[in-house]
Design a protein around this ligand. Structure first.
Ligand code: PMP
Ligand code: GLN
Length: 383
């Protein structure tokens, strides 16, 4: 393995899901729902296969999905993207992120990301031979946020892009208009591209709305907006995502994408096009259900002795483990199956400065109520 990839090893999600299977534990680690997406959308995928949509789709994606994505962006955010030239379908958001970074960064360039960050960011940046510069999100009155001065100080002449993930995994923060404006101002001042990971765009709570970076003044032309079907429709295994950006940025990303995978799965693209057009009410129901699950898991974890930080989006809760007498989340999560029969994710692995996240552990609540309840019952053994 090349030296620039050696530090990555097995992802924490694979490690912890394997641990859950091996020990028969309840898996509140890797974020995937234990219920299926909208039935009619699943039928569409089957119909697409049966009706022969089984050969290479066009490189940029099937026209039906590109149109549905553009229409969705227009309807929800009043953002106009041309389905021919400003929308690119990818193999999940993961490929979109990797292809964007590879398309935009020369070796030695720097990309800013907010830590704790989703693990594929660091690997994609390393693949490009670029350098990740981490700006830390810290809890302030129960919500993870950044210091604008720290962000400003992180920009150097080598900075090429800022990776912005909102709603943010793993903290559950949804960036406010002010936070986004602060990032946007810097992008314009220092001529940076915003690569935005918006895979949790529909999963926000308490009336908090997701604001796409591209809707801020002056940002549409310098934003690579990324989203995917996995979280929106509870089909994380479908790996269907998309990029919306101005033509020159989409062309750059597509140039890379065509040699990673050439194109994305055909039948699933047709089904997701249907989902974006017809199943947004289903998504609203999912969101509402998740808000209840969030509260259910939060009160359970608090009763079990954790300090709980309330997320405004995603399907993850951060906890501080110190009130239970633990100090190291990685150590605790590796022992959690034996201690309580539950699997969770140690947040420290998403930091360049692991000390800053050592005492945080992430729990997923995209699970059936009875699964959450049983996990909580088990976790009460820790106290
Ligand atoms: N970004 C974030 C923040 C995620 O949590 C995930 C996992 N869903 C992804 C990207 C990857 O999305 P996909 O499965 O569509 O590749
Ligand atoms: N996005 C999911 C999470 O954060 C997992 C994705 C993965 O397994 N790579 O849990």
């Amino acid at each position: 393995l090349v030296s620039r990839m050696r530090q990555f090893g097995t992802t924490i999600f694979a490690e912890m899901s394997a641990l859950a299977v091996r020990t028969g534990s309840i898996n509140l680690g890797q974020g995937f729902p234990d219920t299926d997406g909208p039935p009619a959308m699943l039928d569409r995928a089957v119909e697409a296969i049966r009706s022969g949509a089984n050969q290479y789709p066009p490189g940029p994606g099937v026209p039906e999905l590109r149109q549905a994505v553009a229409e969705h962006r227009r309807r929800h955010y009043d953002l106009a993207y041309d389905p021919d030239g400003e929308v690119l379908v990818t193999v999940g958001a993961t490929e979109a992120i990797a292809a964007s970074v590879l398309a935009l960064c020369e070796p030695g360039d720097e990309v800013i990301a907010f830590e704790p960050y989703y693990d594929s960011y660091a690997a994609s940046i390393a693949l490009a031979g670029a350098r990740l510069v981490a700006v830390t999100l810290r809890p302030e009155r129960g919500r993870f946020t950044f210091d604008p001065d720290e962000l400003r100080a992180a920009v150097t002449p080598r900075t090429r892009a800022i990776l912005v993930n909102s709603p943010h995994n793993p903290t559950g923060t949804v960036f406010t208009a002010e936070e986004l404006a602060c990032i946007a101002e810097l992008c314009q001042e220092r001529d940076l591209v915003a690569i935005t990971d918006e895979v949790y765009e529909h999963l926000t709570f308490d009336g908090v709305a997701h604001i796409p970076m591209a809707t801020l003044p002056g940002m549409r032309e310098r934003t690579v907006m990324i989203a995917s079907a996995g979280k929106t429709f509870s089909v994380t295994g479908w790996k269907t995502g998309w990029v919306c950006a101005p033509p020159e940025l989409v062309r750059a990303v597509q140039t890379v994408k065509q040699f990673l995978t050439f194109t994305a799965n055909g039948p699933w693209q047709l089904a997701v096009a249907y989902g974006l057009r017809e199943e947004l009410d289903w998504v609203a129901g999912l969101r509402e259900g998740l808000e209840g699950k969030r509260d259910r898991l939060m009160s359970g974890l608090a009763a079990a002795g954790f300090e709980v930080l309330k997320p405004s989006g995603t399907y993850f809760v951060q906890t501080d483990i110190r009130p239970l007498g633990f100090t190291d989340g990685l150590e605790l999560t590796r022992r959690l199956p034996e201690l309580a029969g539950v699997v969770a994710i140690p947040t420290q692995v998403f930091y360049d400065h692991p000390d800053r996240g050592r005492h945080f552990v992430r729990f997923a609540f995209c699970k059936k109520d009875e699964v959450i309840d049983e996990a909580v019952t088990r976790l009460k053994r820790l106290g």
